[in-house]
Design a protein around this ligand. Structure first.
Ligand SMILES: *[C@@H]1O[C@H](CO)[C@@H](O)[C@H](O)[C@H]1NC(C)=O
Ligand SMILES: *[C@@H]1O[C@H](CO)[C@@H](O)[C@H](O)[C@H]1NC(C)=O
Length: 450
């Protein structure tokens, strides 16, 4: 009797004679069959649906939550924060039993029973990804086995979990290193929740979120990600697809919507750390810790791909740590709220872009490198000032250290639209050490606040 797997394979071989092979397409889809055509069509509908016509409503909502958290820490709306006050606030946050210091974390980390209420996490998202639910409406799936099989993944492996149909909340029975033989092709409505274990996706291929909707990835280490050779890879419960080479991105988001990446520690990937391209929107990246990398985040990969006008991303509470070079992020088209992040170092620049993106930078801390030629936070790529002076790139409440320079452009009142009045009077960038204190992967034990 044929196994479901060999049925799929023979179906695949049968259909191979009818499919169009699209060479060199960045989609890395080697066999563009009905399954992927349908996923692409759905993704195009999702882009229209999930694009928010009033981004200022989302940025204001975000800033409002941060302001309330900081007031809870004893900040005063009218006072400046001195170094001494800052230190005493940090102490306060460190000695209290709950160490959640920003509004996303405060939503769940103080609960000692977080393990019994894992899905609570899905109610904690702020920013453009806030409608993401991941696997909230599905059962729990426990990964017990770090092994990987591309065509017929065993029950209890990560690849088996992420290719199942329907919503699934994926957790881990123990700490493990998962070395992916080729890219992990996820399907819609999944949460990967590695709290309570120390899980590394490393020394192999990375995660691919392509033509799909609704995923949460939480509390993983992702590092030493290598390019893949492609070939046949299971990419759905009843489907195996043919892939071309993968680039070696940590997380590649391609034509996908409603994504939340939180508390990830990512470093040393061959290509990008996180790419968001080809019509993706409704995305929040928060509480991540990123180090040791050249091209960090690419949002929009093509000058001719104008659907990226609808790309909306929040980057928040993230620590851009040691040995980073550029693209934190680098943006084409689209609208990006870069808020309350700590930029501790860059080699070339921090934030850049082309093709008139909107960049709202609020309450970040930018520490320039020593190199006198690299003091500018921003880089406008391949564009002369006559053109870029019309791009809305604004700074509000940012703290510029070590000679960092932020040259704004566009409508000088633009930032007012994006919730300045919701920010506190003082420079919220000063609060960044508190807001990002627990960025990256967290060590959480059942029965204790995380
Ligand atoms: C407090 O804020 C005001 C206005 O922003 C500024 O002029 C002053 O130097 C600040 N004082 C301190 C102690 O930082
Ligand atoms: C989230 O869902 C609400 C209700 O459907 C919708 O109005 C909003 O545009 C969606 N997106 C964001 C980013 O809030």
């Amino acid at each position: 009797m044929a196994t479901p797997h060999s049925q799929t394979l023979s179906l695949y071989l049968l259909s191979l004679s009818f499919v169009v092979i699209i060479p060199g397409l960045q989609a890395h889809i080697g066999e563009y069959d009905d399954y992927w055509r349908e996923r692409e069509l759905q993704a195009k509908r999702n882009l229209e649906k999930e694009y928010h016509p009033n981004p200022e409503e989302v940025t204001k909502h975000f800033n409002d939550h941060v302001a309330r958290t900081l007031l809870g820490f004893g900040a005063d709306n009218n006072n400046n924060i001195t170094g001494r006050e800052l230190r005493s606030m940090r102490k306060k946050s460190a000695i209290s039993s709950c160490k959640a210091t920003n509004p996303i974390d405060q939503c769940w980390r103080c609960n000692p029973n977080w393990e019994k209420d894992r899905k609570r996490l899905a109610d904690c998202i702020l920013g453009f990804g806030r409608n993401t639910t991941g696997g909230k409406n599905g059962p729990i799936y426990v990964v017990t086995d770090p092994s990987d099989d591309l065509l017929n993944p065993a029950q209890g492996t990560l690849r088996h979990a992420v290719t199942k149909d329907g919503p699934l909340w994926i957790i881990f029975s123990r700490s493990m290193i998962i070395k992916l033989k080729e890219e992990l092709l996820m399907t819609s409505d999944k949460t990967i929740d590695a709290r309570g274990a120390n899980v590394h996706v490393a020394y192999g291929a990375g995660l691919t979120i392509q033509f799909m909707n609704n995923v949460i990835i939480h509390n993983l280490h992702i590092h030493h990600i290598l390019p893949g050779n492609g070939g046949l890879i299971k990419d759905g419960e009843n489907h195996i697809g043919l892939r071309t080479r993968s680039d070696g991105d940590g997380i590649s988001i391609f034509g996908s919507t409603n994504i939340w990446l939180d508390h990830l520690s990512i470093y040393k990937c061959s290509d990008g750390i996180i790419d968001i391209i080809q019509g993706s929107t409704a995305i929040t990246i928060s509480n991540c810790h990123i180090t040791d990398h050249n091209d960090v985040m690419l949002f929009g990969a093509s000058d001719s791909y104008t659907p990226d006008e609808k790309m909306q991303v929040t980057v928040a509470f993230t620590r851009f740590g040691k040995n980073l070079v550029q693209r934190m992020p680098r943006i084409r088209f689209g609208f990006v709220h870069v808020v309350n992040n700590d930029y501790t170092y860059w080699n070339m620049y921090a934030i850049g872009g082309s093709c008139h993106p909107t960049i709202i930078s609020q309450g970040n801390r930018f520490r320039a490198p020593r190199n006198i030629a690299a003091k500018e936070v921003l880089k406008r790529e391949f564009t002369n000032p006559e053109v870029w002076k019309h791009w809305d790139w604004s700074s509000e409440g940012d703290v510029l250290l070590n000679g960092a320079i932020f040259i704004e452009s566009g409508d000088p009142s633009a930032s007012k639209k994006y919730g300045v009045e919701k920010m506190l009077q003082f420079k919220t960038g000063q609060m960044v050490p508190i807001l990002v204190e627990f960025s990256g992967q967290l060590v959480c034990s059942p029965g204790k606040p995380c």
